[in-house]
Design a protein around this ligand. Structure first.
Ligand code: FE2
Length: 129
């Protein structure tokens, strides 16, 4: 699932690791406070990662040359962040199964987004270099 752009690939690895860490937190029944910290960190890292990609899009002219793909791409990033916010804010109210569902969604989202959307951006960047 590599895009071939090192900075993106290594950030994806970290992002997946953080989702896994949240899963493990659920499994180990960590306290709400700990789980909240994990989801907060996941949100910060996701935002940081999306900024990296969106800066690369600017830098390489992706928004100008592929406006539809770029708009779709950015909108997927926003959906992901919104879902993490749901997880973070729901820590106190949602039952464990619902939290697991959200994490499963995030995990599948990363794999799907990387394979279908980031790979296009990666190819675009590599063609420019
Ligand atoms: Fe992306």
């Amino acid at each position: 699932m590599a895009t071939g752009v090192d900075v993106i690939d290594s950030q994806h690895k970290n992002l997946l690791q953080m989702v896994n860490e949240a899963y493990q937190g659920l499994d180990k029944d960590v306290s709400d406070i700990v789980f909240q910290r994990i989801t907060k960190e996941l949100l910060s890292y996701a935002i940081y990662h999306f900024q990296t990609e969106e800066h690369l899009m600017q830098e390489y002219g992706y928004f100008d040359e592929c406006p539809e793909e770029a708009a779709q791409h950015v909108s997927e990033h926003r959906d992901f962040s919104a879902k993490v916010v749901t997880a973070r804010d729901g820590v106190n109210s949602e039952v464990k199964e619902e939290m697991e569902e959200i994490l499963t969604f995030l995990n599948a989202w990363i794999l799907n987004h990387t394979q279908n959307v980031d790979i296009k951006l990666g190819n675009f960047i590599k063609n420019k270099e």
